[in-house]
Write a protein that binds this ligand. Structure first.
Ligand code: IMP
Length: 427
C-alpha cells in the first residue's frame, strides 16, 4: 500500500489544500510534517469553504486519521480556534492527533517575529508574523517548549521560566520592549494543555503502525520547496524543511518508506513576501492573473506576486525532492491568456544558465528566457480526462513534463473536488 508525499514545488500556495482533500478520500491517514500556522490551505467541498492553517485537510473524511507530526510548530490558540470552528460547522474531530514532540509557538515568538522583522528594515523577509522563525530557533537552540510539556506542569513551568529569562533579556535589552510575564503565559498554556490533552500522543508510533498494517498514508507538506530553509531562496525562506525529505524527520519515518513523491505546481508562479522571483510580472499581465485568480494570501490576505511558470526553479525543485510525478493546479486560470510564456533558462551576467544560482542576490539579477506557447482560450473547467483538454492545453502540460523531467499525475481545472483530471493515480 503506498505512502505518498505531496509537497509544494514553488513558493507555497500551489493549491495543496484541494489536492490533499481530494486524495484524502482514498487514504487511511494524512500526516502533516512541517511548518505551522503560516500555512493556509483553502478547501472547497460539499460542506462549504474552509481555510485551514494547522489541521490536515484530510479532516473532512470520516475514517481518515489526521496527524500533526513533530516537525510542525503549533500555535495552540490557533489550533483550538480551528478545532472549535470545524466542530461548529459539523466537522467531527475524532481521529486527530498531535505529536507530543511538536514544538509550541509561544506569545514571545509572535512578539519576536514582529520585532525582528521591524529591525530588519529594507531586508525584511516579509514573514507571516505567526512566530514561525523564533519557534524553530528555540527548537534548535534547545529551549523550546513541546506539546508534551503541557501535560507535565512542573517541567513546563521550569522550562518556561528558563526560556523567559533569555527571552526577556532580548525583548527588554535589545528591543526595548515590555517583558512577557511567566504566570500569565503559564496559566494560559495550562488551559490550552487541558483542551489539547486528548489529542497529544506519540504520533510516530501511529505512523509506524499504519505502515506496518499496509495502510495508505499521505504525507502532507506545507509551504513550498523554494521556501525551504536549505534549498529555498535563502534568506527569504521559512525556517523549516518544506521538501519531501522533511517527512522523515518531521514524522519519524524511515526514507525507505516512501513509494511516491508528488510535487504540486501552480500553472504559473506566485510568491508572497520578499525575495527573488525571476518570472514576476510587474505589468498588467501580472495584475490580470492576480485579479482573475484572486491571488491573495490565505493566512495574511496579502496580494501575491504573480508571474509565468518558471521551468528553471521547477526542474531544480523536481531534482531536490525526487518527484516521481507532478500535480498541476489552476490550469483553468490560463484559459484567458492569448499566449502563455514559460521560462526555460535565465540570462545571468551575460551567460545563459539552466540551474538557479545559489544566492538570492544572483537570482535577483537573473533575466528569464521565455518560450511562448499558444493559449487555448476556452473554458476547461469541465474537463475530467486528459483528452477532454484542448490540444493546446495538453501541449502546455507536455512541455512542462519535459522541463520538469517527470510526468503529470493530476491536473486541477477548478476549485471544486470534481474539477480534476487524473492522468495517473497516486493511490
Ligand atoms: P514565515 O514562515 O512566516 O517565517 O515567513 C517566511 C517566508 O515564507 C515569507 O516570505 C512568507 O511570506 C513565506 N510563507 C510562509 N508560509 C507561507 C505559505 O503558506 N504560503 C506562501 N508563503 C509562505
Amino acid at each position: 500500500m503506498p505512502t505518498v508525499a505531496v509537497v509544494g514545488a514553488q513558493w507555497g500556495d500551489e493549491g495543496k489544500g484541494k489536492i490533499i482533500d481530494l486524495l484524502a478520500e482514498k487514504v487511511d491517514m494524512v500526516a502533516r510534517f512541517s511548518g505551522g500556522s503560516n500555512a493556509g490551505h483553502t478547501v472547497v467541498n460539499p460542506q462549504g469553504e474552509f481555510k485551514l492553517h494547522l489541521v490536515p485537510s484530510g479532516v473532512f473524511h470520516p475514517g481518515v486519521t489526521c496527524v500533526i507530526g513533530n516537525g510542525v510548530v503549533i500555535d495552540p490558540a490557533v489550533l483550538i480556534g480551528e478545532i472549535d470552528g470545524l466542530r461548529g460547522r459539523g466537522v467531527a474531530i475524532d481521529r486527530f492527533f498531535i505529536s507530543d514532540r511538536a514544538h509550541l509557538i509561544m506569545p514571545y515568538h509572535l512578539l519576536l517575529d514582529r520585532l525582528e522583522e521591524e529591525s530588519r528594515g529594507k531586508g525584511a523577509i516579509g514573514t507571516t508574523r505567526r512566530g514561525i522563525g523564533p519557534a524553530y530557533m528555540d527548537k534548535v537552540g534547545r529551549i523550546g517548549i513541546r506539546a508534551g510539556d503541557l501535560l507535565e506542569r512542573d517541567t513546563f513551568r521550569e522550562r518556561l521560566s528558563q526560556a523567559l529569562e533569555q527571552k526577556n533579556r532580548i525583548i527588554t535589552g535589545l528591543y526595548k520592549a515590555e517583558p512577557v510575564k511567566l504566570d500569565q503565559i503559564y496559566d494560559e498554556y495550562c488551559r490550552y494543555g487541558e483542551l489539547l490533552a486528548p489529542f497529544i500522543t506519540a504520533t510516530e508510533l501511529m505512523v509506524a503502525e499504519a505502515l506496518e498494517q499496509n495502510k495508505k498514508v499521505l504525507l502532507e507538506g506545507a509551504q513550498g520547496t523554494l521556501l525551504d530553509i536549505d534549498f529555498g531562496t535563502y534568506p527569504f525562506v521559512t525556517s523549516t524543511t518544506t521538501m519531501a525529505g522533511g517527512a522523515c524527520g518531521g514524522l519519524g519515518l524511515g526514507p525507505l518508506k516512501f513509494d511516491r513523491v508528488a510535487g504540486v505546481f501552480k500553472a504559473y508562479c506566485t510568491r508572497v513576501g520578499s525575495g527573488p522571483m525571476p518570472t514576476e510580472l510587474l505589468d498588467e499581465t501580472g495584475e490580470l492573473i492576480r485579479e482573475h485568480a484572486n491571488e491573495r494570501g490565505a493566512t495574511t490576505g496579502r496580494p501575491r506576486r504573480c508571474g509565468w511558470f518558471d521551468g528553471v526553479v521547477g526542474r531544480y525543485s523536481a531534482r531536490v525532492n525526487g518527484f516521481s510525478s507532478f500535480i498541476l493546479t489552476r490550469l483553468d486560470i490560463l484559459s484567458i491568456m492569448p499566449s502563455i510564456k514559460v521560462c526555460t533558462a535565465y540570462k545571468l551576467d551575460g551567460e545563459t544558465v539552466v540551474d538557479p544560482p545559489y544566492s538570492a542576490s544572483a537570482l535577483e539579477r537573473c533575466e528569464p528566457v521565455y518560450e511562448e506557447l499558444p493559449g487555448w482560450n476556452s473554458d476547461i473547467t469541465g474537463a475530467r480526462r486528459f483528452d477532454d483538454l484542448p490540444e493546446k492545453a495538453r501541449s502546455y502540460v507536455k512541455r512542462l513534463e519535459e522541463l520538469l523531467g517527470c510526468p503529470a499525475g493530476i491536473i486541477s481545472v477548478g476549485e471544486r473536488r470534481e474539477q480534476t483530471v487524473v492522468v495517473r493515480e497516486l493511490f
